[in-house]
Design a protein around this ligand. Structure first.
Ligand SMILES: [Mg+2]
Length: 242
């Protein structure tokens, strides 16, 4: 039985939602309108992201990179990655954000080897004056689901064996689905409220330091257990896919 750890990126590893703030900064009011429509269920997340990339238009790549480089992360995340590595707990970042900034931020914080799965943002139509446009694509999209652009549930379940104990760490709306399938849940902010409402047992946290301490306690016990309801949800997901 192995412990596998899955972590949301925006707002969990980073202090703020980098995707949202990037689109708001470079795509303006149109992006706020799209996000409101998405929250109201008028457009899907994929449609929202396509519209936001379009709204960015032609931009200066160096400005976008400088904006990304200003983004702060939870400074205890690096020690947490070290703890997982030292104890043989595979850690993977699952994001409904974009590879372009995730890769850049992880590299800048000397964490280039942390694996992640996410949506893809490519720079296209680059000009010599240093400008480009953004093109987005969704390799992890689940056609049968409209709640997210990249399906965290599928990314998580396809990389786990039945015996694995799944730990999920998150904070926002794209984490609501995956926590249903996780044995150990760490939640803060909106996800904490969601877990309370849905009766999903969770540990509150403020930083990765809190999570590290709790995992130390949990893994010191003789057996890590599956959460009964998560196990049933996983079985149901697999039988639906079959
Ligand atoms: Mg998030």
């Amino acid at each position: 039985m192995g412990l596998k750890i899955f972590v949301d990126f925006d707002g969990t590893i980073t202090r703020q939602d980098v995707g949202d703030s990037l689109f708001f900064r470079f795509g303006g009011e149109k992006c706020r309108e799209l996000v409101n429509k998405e929250l109201g269920g008028e457009v899907s997340t994929v449609e929202c992201f396509r519209g936001e990339a379009e709204a960015m238009g032609r931009f200066n790549v160096a400005d976008v990179d400088a904006f990304i480089d200003e983004q702060e992360i939870d400074e205890t995340f690096r020690a947490f990655v070290g703890y997982c590595g030292a104890n043989g707990f595979p850690l993977m970042v699952l994001s409904d954000g974009f590879d372009y900034y995730i890769r850049r931020i992880l590299r800048r914080h000397e964490l280039p080897d942390v694996p992640f799965l996410s949506n893809v943002l490519s720079l296209v139509d680059r000009k010599e004056n240093g400008t480009a446009r953004a093109r987005v694509s969704f390799p992890q999209h689940n056609e049968e689901c409209t709640c997210c652009a990249s399906c965290k549930r599928n990314m998580m379940l396809t990389t786990c064996a039945e015996s694995d104990v799944i730990c999920y760490i998150g904070e926002g709306s794209s984490d609501r689905c995956p926590v249903r399938y996780a044995d150990i849940v760490f939640a803060k902010d909106a996800l904490q409220v969601h877990c309370q409402r849905e009766n999903i047992s969770y540990y509150p946290y403020r930083s990765f330091d809190d999570i590290l301490r709790r995992l130390r306690e949990l893994t010191a016990r003789p057996h890590l257990r599956h959460r009964r309801r998560a196990e049933l949800n996983r079985r149901r997901a697999f039988s639906e896919e079959a």
